[in-house]
Design a protein around this ligand. Structure first.
Ligand SMILES: C[S@@+](CC[C@H](N)C(=O)[O-])C[C@H]1O[C@@H](n2cnc3c(N)ncnc32)[C@H](O)[C@@H]1O
Length: 266
């Protein structure tokens, strides 16, 4: 079970660093907004908005005749969003849990959610809420981690995570994947025309420290912290060893992938 309170504390803690070392979420956020085909004047709700990877480009797309409401349960994340985007009159924020949308029925044309649906404690509940607040014909689009292209140069990373996960004495990871495939839950929530697409992006990291700083500025930090100080140090040393090899051998190039979903409320 995902521990919503621990996750909230984690994101509040890392908020100022989030998406600062590398525009990872901003890149995928822009791409998801493009896929939504937003039009000026539309009303958008961005669930778990974070620093505004989706809310920012969505606000540009709907313009000042439209509105974007960015909700997140971590006040620290919304403070970073407001610092970056608070000047946009069409954008507002509210501290709110994506499981409990305190918003009127059929009040949004589009609901978005970046890199969060896959770890919510109860995604079915969040999907039911998204369905309720959408107008008939409204669009839901969300993203999550995708199947990254296989790259044997990066296998050390998966091995280090696996090895550390199996060590005794580790606290539980605050994040748990959904018990059932998300498209199934979307259909059960009443969504139709469910489409899925994989989007790949490549990022170049300056050096091992750059990669580590990036990894510690998003949800992965929850895994590292769950190891406790000693195992975390051992994990860090292993990761740096592998990164140093990559760095010396052509550079630290990360090939990543996201799964995008788009569907309609009939
Ligand atoms: C990986 S970040 C994604 C942020 C943003 N959507 C993006 O694409 O960059 C996850 C975000 O979900 C928020 N979050 C986690 N659980 C939540 C919940 N139950 N309700 C609302 N927000 C939540 C976190 O505070 C964090 O801002």
């Amino acid at each position: 079970m995902t521990d919503t309170k621990l996750v909230l504390e984690l994101f509040d803690d890392l908020a100022t660093d989030y998406d600062r070392h590398l525009p990872f979420f901003a890149t995928y956020g822009r791409e998801l907004v493009n896929w939504c085909g937003l039009r000026p004047g539309q009303r958008v709700l961005d669930l778990a908005a974070g620093r505004g990877a989706i809310a920012g480009p969505a606000a540009s797309a709907v313009g000042t005749r439209g509105t974007v409401l960015a909700i997140d349960n971590a006040p620290g994340m919304l403070r970073t969003l407001e610092a970056d985007l608070g000047h946009l009159p069409q954008l507002s924020t509210q501290v709110m849990d994506a499981h409990h949308l305190d918003l009127p029925n059929a009040s949004f044309d589009v609901v978005t959610c970046g890199f969060t649906m896959h770890f919510l404690d109860d995604p079915a509940q969040a999907l039911a809420g998204a369905h309720r607040v959408l107008v008939p014909g409204g669009l839901l689009a969300f993203s999550g981690p995708g199947p990254a292209p296989r790259d044997e140069r990066w296998e050390f990373m998966g091995q280090a995570v696996k090895e550390m996960s199996e060590r005794p004495g580790r606290k539980p990871d605050p994040f748990t994947p959904p018990a059932r495939p998300l498209p199934e839950l979307c259909a059960e929530a009443g969504f139709a025309e469910i489409e899925e697409r994989v989007v790949q992006k490549t990022f170049e990291l300056r050096d091992p420290q750059h990669y580590w700083d990036w990894n510690m500025s998003h949800g992965f930090r929850g895994f590292v912290e769950s190891l406790g100080p000693e195992l975390a140090e051992e994990f860090r040393a292993k990761v740096f060893e592998g990164l140093a090899r990559l760095h010396a051998d052509g550079g630290i190039v990360m090939r990543s992938a996201a799964a995008f979903y788009r569907m309609r409320r009939p």
